[in-house]
Design a protein around this ligand. Structure first.
Ligand code: SF4
Ligand code: SF4
Length: 639
């Protein structure tokens, strides 16, 4: 598997500016679903001591790992960004695939691929890019408008020893005050972005933190971590709760009997080891008092995923983690019970099975942020966020409220409303197995290097924007191999290469963690990230991972290409229009029409030597397609 890599700030900035200018899109997403606010409506919330222009966020996970993921969430209206969890074990070998979002949504236990320092870089780059978007007023909203208010919520795990380790300790201090990193990145900006070099940027990137602990983490460990984070770092802390708080009997009956997920098998042991409801309430009461002494706020997040037995066999581990619609029912139930015990003013954040149909209702229960993951793994990806906010605005309009504060009302009203929502949840068919059992349609064909159904699903379902499209002229090319006979290479017809579609798909291997989601949603078999041309950003990332499919641009006229275990170098001469192919020790020159004009070394070629050119033709098509698409996202990263 290629190693996940981020891009530097300047490349991101150039890509954003140029792509938006040329196509009115950013990272392939068209501007039509960028959130630009709803005139006359105030969707803002207070989050601890900060303001956020909307209560919406991507949940900590695949949508908050790389800088472009965070920027895309922001562009579509997210304003409380739960950063992907960091931890001391940052060189884990994570099984692939790691996401199964065919319907309800499952994932594997671990998922942080980046080293601590790399995560830090990604988060600072994303923070700065968002500030630059505001400064440029790219969305048409004047800078300084509350529309831009945004919070990055740090997520850290998983045990006290790791969180106290020098590397994590430094990481947490750095994210609280990133002025050195910001200055370093500003100093490295090229001249064309001179105006950003001295831009004042708030260095306090993360002052709130959501704690993620192991499933089965003991109560005293959780309590000690929260105390440490408040006392040593001054974080406002949200503790992520497990749905196991509801107890085995309730969860089993709800999932298997009431909602009809008979295929989901629980592990009763997991319920015994996880935090119990009463000890969680007692702990949070003690921590509230502790936080008050240290000037820190406390809240709870509902919920973590639910550990279940692996019956689907998509993953290799014995257990997997359930999310999506069934988790929504469990999480709302556990949240409601918990808040009743803690008091109606207790801060709650929420993430479980959020989609456009339940977002406004969930917000109306006075939870902030309300974050989403599984739904963004479906077709449309980040652009789905816009519809959540549009539905929320419609719900506010219906209730004749222009502010979210009025829409939610008092804490008591929100709890009362939650009561009514809870009563109807289990009977609501949208959460039942029958409504959530279908997998995305497969048509039975297998992907190849060129051509496919051109549905573009693989572009948006990828959390990392790792798939992209490029233009190629549809054509039928007669292929010629060459054979050395009678002192020269003679052409020999070798069939046709047909390109049927004007849009082709490729993959940015350095952005791809092989999570498998584009394979799930592609109507054809094989996986776009496996079958389509895979581009690497550098020789360093290309060399170890090229396998049978790898491309790398040395410069805009020179490309390294590996197909079928054979590596070539293609050079294009702009003046003559000729293509030179370096293949092992031989050098072949083709004219503009791709006819062989010379071969070297020619003096020592034995009779009957054969040049098989089919892959040269393919490489040339990809090379030209990428070059002519240089204003588009994907191709614009490669030169
Ligand atoms: S390209 Fe496909 S496999 Fe790779 S990260 Fe994106 S969705 Fe996952
Ligand atoms: S690779 Fe698959 S998902 Fe992507 S455009 Fe082609 S058919 Fe659609």
């Amino acid at each position: 598997m290629a190693e996940l890599r981020g891009l530097d700030l300047s490349t991101h900035l150039k890509m954003i500016v140029n792509e938006f200018k040329a196509n009115k899109s950013i990272y392939s997403y068209p501007e039509k679903k960028f959130y630009t606010g709803f005139p006359g409506y105030d969707l803002s919330v207070d989050f601890h001591h900060k303001k956020a222009a909307t209560p919406l966020g991507p949940a900590s996970g695949p949508h908050t790992q790389l800088a472009q993921n965070i920027v895309l969430s922001y562009l579509h209206g997210a304003r409380i960004i739960e950063l992907k969890t960091i931890q001391i074990l940052d060189e884990l070998d994570i099984p692939r695939p790691c996401i199964d979002a065919r319907n309800v949504g499952y994932n594997v236990e671990w998922s942080q691929e980046l080293r601590l320092e790399e995560s830090y870089q990604e988060y600072v780059v994303a923070w700065m890019l968002i500030k630059f978007l505001e400064e440029m007023e790219l969305l048409g909203v004047p800078k300084g408008d509350p529309f831009y208010d945004m919070v990055f919520d740090v997520s850290a795990g998983y045990d006290l020893k790791g969180i106290q380790s020098p590397r994590v300790d430094k990481w947490l201090r750095d994210i609280r005050d990133a002025r050195e990193k910001i200055a370093e990145l500003q100093a490295g900006l090229p001249e064309e972005f001179e105006r950003f070099k001295n831009l004042e940027i708030d260095p306090h990137i993360g002052t709130t933190l959501t704690l993620s602990t192991f499933h089965g983490c003991p109560r005293d460990e959780i309590e000690s971590i929260v105390q440490h984070l408040m006392r040593e770092h001054g974080f406002h802390v949200i503790v992520k709760m497990n749905p196991t708080l509801l107890g085995y009997d309730f969860v089993r009956k709800t999932l298997n009997d009431d909602l009809g997920y008979e295929n989901v098998q629980l592990d009763p042991e997991a319920f015994k080891h996880d935090l119990q409801f009463d000890e969680a309430v007692a702990m949070m009461r003690r921590l509230l008092a502790f936080g008050a002494q240290h000037g820190c706020k406390l809240g709870a997040k509902f919920t973590n995923t639910l550990v279940v037995k692996n019956t689907e066999k998509v993953f290799t581990d014995e257990v997997q983690y359930l999310s999506g619609p069934p988790l929504h029912v469990l999480s709302i139930h556990s949240m409601h019970r918990f808040r009743q015990a803690m008091g109606e003013d207790f801060h709650i954040s929420f993430s479980a099975g959020i989609a456009k149909h339940n977002f406004a209702d969930t917000v109306s229960c006075n939870m902030k942020p309300v974050t989403v993951c599984t739904d963004l793994l479906k077709t449309g990806g980040y652009s789905r966020l816009f519809d959540y906010l549009a539905r929320l605005q419609s719900a506010m309009e219906e209730k004749k409220c222009t502010t979210l504060k009025d829409f939610v009302g008092s804490e008591a009203e929100a709890v009362h409303r939650t009561e009514a929502i809870v009563k109807n949840l289990i009977s609501n068919p949208v959460y039942h197995f029958d409504k959530n059992k279908k997998a995305p349609r497969k048509v039975g064909s297998h992907l190849e290097l060129f051509d496919c159904l051109s549905c573009d699903k693989c572009l948006t379902v990828c959390p990392n924007a790792a798939n992209f499209s490029f233009a190629v002229e549809p054509q039928e090319i007669e292929l010629f191999d060459y054979r050395f006979e009678e002192g020269r290479f003679k052409p020999k017809p070798n069939g046709m290469l047909k390109i049927g579609k004007a849009t082709q798909i490729a993959n940015l291997a350095d952005f791809c963690n092989e999570c498998g989601d584009c394979d799930t949603y592609c109507p054809e078999d094989g996986g776009p990230f496996v079958m389509k041309p895979r581009f690497f950003f550098s020789r360093e990332s290309y060399n170890p991972f090229k396998k049978n499919n790898g491309f790398y641009f040395i410069n805009e006229n020179e490309m390294i290409c590996q197909l079928a275990e054979q590596e070539y170098r293609l050079f294009y001469n702009e003046k003559s229009g000729e293509y030179t192919i370096h293949d092992k020790d031989a050098v072949y020159i083709f004219n503009e029409d791709f006819q062989l004009v010379s071969a070297k070394p020619d003096e020592s070629v034995p009779d009957c030597t054969q040049i098989n050119t089919a892959d040269y033709y393919r490489a040339r098509l990809i090379f030209n397609g990428i070059k002519t698409s240089r204003q588009r996202f994907g191709a614009n990263v490669l030169f």
